[in-house]
Ligand binder design. Structure first.
Ligand code: C2E
Ligand code: MG
Ligand code: MG
Length: 520
């Protein structure tokens, strides 16, 4: 600005200014140099024009040009820009990403038979569900009437692992889409066909990616809808990967390569550890310690899960017994384990659990079983019967990943559970108004039904403060501790216990002192 003023005698440009109340706003500033008779600068004349309204209108137009009016999702134009960028970044960083085409099956029938309001409701609801599922940095767009697309960049450095993760994500999307959508007195069950294309390998540019995903999606339609299909080449990779993983997992079971990590469950008010959740890990011979997202899909799709479930329960029980014996924990400690759909649905589930419990003598009230809501509501009679049978053995039941299902609130009253765990996706963004509402409603409902509430995935002090303000009972999250090996967990637990005993003592002695002084 100064250089132009000195050289040309004037300057014009866009600047940001600050109002007295602190608000920052854009404007156009023109400055002219005024010189006296001797040609030396005597004044500057400035003219300032507030353009905040113009800017606002511009960004509105920009937003409308790039978003779908009904669902507020990005549209095809924005999607393509994003994909182009993701393609470039993936190539440069040597990472594998995924693009998916999602086409709702027979959506036209809803529109034709129930009217456009019903159709709109379905689209809005499904758009919201998909948005909730994705990570930050992923994108879901609406690219046509009943067509959506998802970009999930940077899935993995390894192409076959990326294929596996893509499949896992596509399955989650399909489950979310197929949950019934309610509209007035109707309930619509929509299915979808999903075409998957990995990139950046074996394609020239983002247009190829779109074309291949489209071909895969049509393949899924041809195979009878409600299907997930990879583009040919990726399909080879995915099925090869599946077979390899399956073989490796069979070996892993034989060689005892699984172990449990423990993540503390903490009282939100006092920060005292009251228990833990046991989380499965696989000590892979070459890839290091793997989290469940890398392999649980394969366990669940094969009968292998039936061998892993008893392993988890037995290991958790053995750990409790060992800690009790070493006087590291007392009977108030609670250990939660995750129960898979496959195992829970098995007709002998209760019998199998009981026979393991009988190997141990500690009070089973120390155990909690976590199940996701979709499993619980699948066959309500069976669910209620099994839960009640095991509650007789003092085991508590928690609904895991609560708040992301679409029926949560409706079924809460009917399920004889003891608590709910608010899903980590909701906690990951507590600044979002919808998420805030979900947390609030969940805590209110839980209090009404006398249930315990545990918030998962608390990563920030903002999230924790928010939970405290709402009187949420317990939480888990990286802000306190990641899941860790049993040795690290128990030292953390004891350290935490000592601090609490110390602070309890010091509070008591303060109280005594106070009484003493006041009685004098
Ligand atoms: P989950 O039961 O909802 O477990 C919580 C997951 O959130 C864990 O992932 C945990 O590491 C992660 N987490 C905890 N705090 C934070 C946080 O602050 N931020 C973020 N971003 N994540 C956090 P993990 O261990 O990878 O397990 C993933 C899922 O795999 C579990 O979700 C559960 O559904 C399943 N799973 C884990 N262990 C078992 C098991 O033994 N049996 C069965 N059937 N499923 C298991
Ligand atoms: Mg869990
Ligand atoms: Mg969870």
């Amino acid at each position: 600005m100064w250089r132009e003023l000195n050289e040309n005698g004037s300057w014009k440009g866009e600047i940001y200014n600050r109002r007295k109340n602190g608000e920052v706003y854009p404007g156009i500033l023109s400055i002219a140099v005024i010189k006296d008779d001797e040609n030396s600068v005597c004044n500057y004349m400035a003219h300032f024009f507030d353009i905040s309204e113009i800017k606002e209108a511009q960004s509105q137009v920009e937003y409308q040009a790039h978003h779908d009016f009904l669902t507020k999702l990005p549209n095809r134009i924005l999607l393509q820009e994003h994909l182009k960028q993701a393609f470039r970044v993936s190539k440069r960083a040597n990472l594998h990403s995924v693009f998916m085409y999602i086409d709702l099956d027979r959506f036209k029938q809803i529109n034709d038979n129930y009217g456009h309001d019903a159709g709109d409701r379905v689209l809005v609801e499904i758009a919201q569900r998909m948005r909730d599922l994705l990570r930050e940095g992923d994108m879901v767009a609406r690219i046509g009437g009943d067509e959506f697309a998802v970009i999930a960049p940077d899935l993995d450095v390894d192409e076959s692992s990326a294929a596996n993760k893509a499949l896992f994500l596509a399955e989650k999307i399909l489950t979310a889409v197929t949950e019934p959508v309610r509209f007035e007195s109707y309930s619509f069950e929509v299915t979808a066909s999903i075409g998957i294309k990995l990139f950046p390998n074996h394609v020239k540019d983002e247009l190829d990616v779109i074309e291949h995903a489209d071909i895969a999606m049509y393949q899924a339609k041809k195979m009878g809808r409600n299907q997930i299909t990879f583009y040919n080449h990726d399909l080879d990779i995915a099925s090869r990967q599946f077979a390899t993983l399956e073989n490796e997992l069979v070996e892993a079971i034989k060689k005892d390569e699984f172990m449990l990590y423990y993540q503390p469950t903490v009282c939100a008010n006092t920060e005292r550890i009251i228990g833990a959740e046991a989380l499965l890990r696989w000590k892979h011979p070459t890839k290091g310690v793997l989290a469940p997202s890398e392999f649980i899909g394969v366990l669940e799709k094969t009968s292998l899960m039936h061998e892993v479930c008893p392993y988890v329960l037995r290991s958790a029980c053995m750990q409790i017994e060992a800690w009790l014996r070493a006087k590291r924990i007392d009977r108030n400690f609670r250990l939660a384990i995750n129960i898979s759909a496959h195992c829970f649905r098995h007709k002998d589930f209760v019998k199998r659990v009981e026979s393991i419990l009988d190997e141990f003598s500690f009070n089973h009230a120390m155990l909690e079983f976590e199940l996701v809501e979709s499993v619980l509501i699948e066959d309500m009679d069976d669910t209620v019967e099994k839960i009640k049978a095991l509650q007789k053995r003092n085991i508590s039941f928690l609904i895991d990943d609560f708040g992301t299902g679409y029926t949560s609130m409706r079924y809460l009253q009917q399920l004889p559970v003891d608590g709910v765990k608010i899903d980590r996706a909701i906690l990951s963004n507590v600044n979002n108004k919808v998420n805030q509402e979900i947390i609030k409603i969940t805590i209110d409902l839980a209090n009404t039904f006398n249930l315990e509430v545990i918030a998962e995935g608390v990563e920030s002090s903002t999230a924790l403060k928010y939970l405290r303000d709402l009187n949420c009972h317990f939480y888990q999250g990286y802000s306190f501790s990641r899941p860790v090996k049993h040795e690290s967990f128990i030292s953390l637990f004891q350290e935490n216990n000592k601090t609490h005993k110390r602070s309890k003592k010091s509070k008591e002695s303060k109280r005594k002192k106070k009484n003493y002084t006041s009685s004098r």
